[in-house]
Design a protein around this ligand. Sequence first.
Ligand code: BYC
Ligand code: FE
Ligand code: FE
Length: 472
Amino acid sequence: MQVDINERIPNNVDLASDRRLLRALESWQPRYLEWWREMGPEGTQSLDVYLRTAISVDAKGWAHFDYVKMPEYRWGIFLAKPEPDRRIAFGAHKGEKAWQEVPGEHRTALRRLIVTQGDTEPASVEQQRHLGRTCPSLYDLRNLFQVNVEEGRHLWAMVYLLHAYFGRDGREEAEAMLERHAGDPDKPRILGAFNEETPDWLSFFMFTFFTDRDGKYQLAALAESGFDPLARSCRFMLTEEAHHMFVGEQGVARVVERACQIMRERRTDDVRAWGGIDLPTIQKYLNFHFSVSLDLFGQELSTNAANYYTAGLKGRFEETRIDDDHRLLDAAYPVAEVDGDGIRMREAPALTAINERLRDDYIRDCAKGVERWNRVIAKHEIPFRLALPHRAFNRRVGTFASVRATPEGRLVSEAEWTRRHGEWLPTEEDRAYVRSLMTGAVTEPGKMANWLAPPATGINGKPVDFEYVRFA
Ligand code: BYC
Ligand code: FE
Ligand code: FE
């Protein structure tokens, strides 16, 4: 199916042949644009930004680069190509034909999953809306906007499913997506991490590394869904997600690189004296964003997750590559839990441990990124290593929400936590210092703020000093 990029809503789902659906989405569109103007990236109405826009789902066409005015971005609806005769790969319906319509018995659960997924997308745009003001370079500003427009498109992807498959309550849920707001005390976003602030660029890089990576794992689990339109939506979203995590990984790596340069050139550990962000502060930010993102996987043992799996709605990471029966009725899975004053492993039913398994996959992926950051430090021959904190550290969801643990995973008293958490999590002073480095926007092509190193290469083969954003 070809995409007509000039349609009001570019799509590869043949919207033109479904007038009712088209009209419903066309009436949601102005409300989306109004939300984008009010809650989206601040002060960007007239900028020309060198952005990637999906114009087809082929390997070649999905990454089309050009200057775009942000409010005129072509937010479209794109599903990955259908797999012929696709079968459900897991759960009680394993082997049956994948569903092209919503099965009545699973309607509520599916809607809930789609709403939860959809809600995070505009939330992240809201969280990041002020960052343009303090961008460290045009290259970074462009990357921020790229992430923002694609999160906006991810909202479109979920809203399409709600409109196309859930009738009236789907339309109501689509409205509600624009009514809840990140951090709003009356109408907050659904999941915890999406009500936190993203007040500075170090937070932004950490967020895109850790929280967008939760997105990757959740989308991968939904990409296995027996409900085929959801699976195909998520598959295409995953192609966009890779860039978001790249922005985070490279962003943090460049902050680390700059800290190391200062330490070596100035022969000092006092990186702040030279306007950099010191490695211990980077570690604290890492601790915060990792722990908050771990909460997004839900409880270690979850009957919700077991039901989603059995129903064929949400699978495991790379479900079809796992060598087992894909029903998990008798299988076990090791889960960490609090036991007296320690933490021990216990065999739990694999079905109820589905969330924990996905969290484990996620943690392994995060650890690889941290090792790449450590290679930057090692290259400078500096004796410091970044590390992921223990999964029990700073948790608000699941079994560890009821205890206090150090980054090493030692359980401590409330008193010790109160005394020492400032060693492990960013303090007000740390945050104020980081903010103090980011008081204005660096907008000269090729120029970088002092606290981060330039990227190794530019975007789409362009040089680093390319004019990624043009100001009118
Ligand atoms: N905050 O049985 P449990 C992304 C609630 S990120 C607040 O473990 P379940 C993106 C839960 O609702 C990916 N509440 O829950 C990234 C439940 O409530 P009830 C987003 C929470 O359902 C960056 C209760 O606790 N996608 O795309 O197994 C930028 C029991 O919990 C939280 C998805 O999340 C929390 N963190 O697991 C842009 C995928 N966690 O029923 C975008 C869809 C749990 O007791 N969502 N609760 O009232 C899901 O699959 C599941 O909802 C979750 C939770 C995995 C999130
Ligand atoms: Fe997204
Ligand atoms: Fe993302």
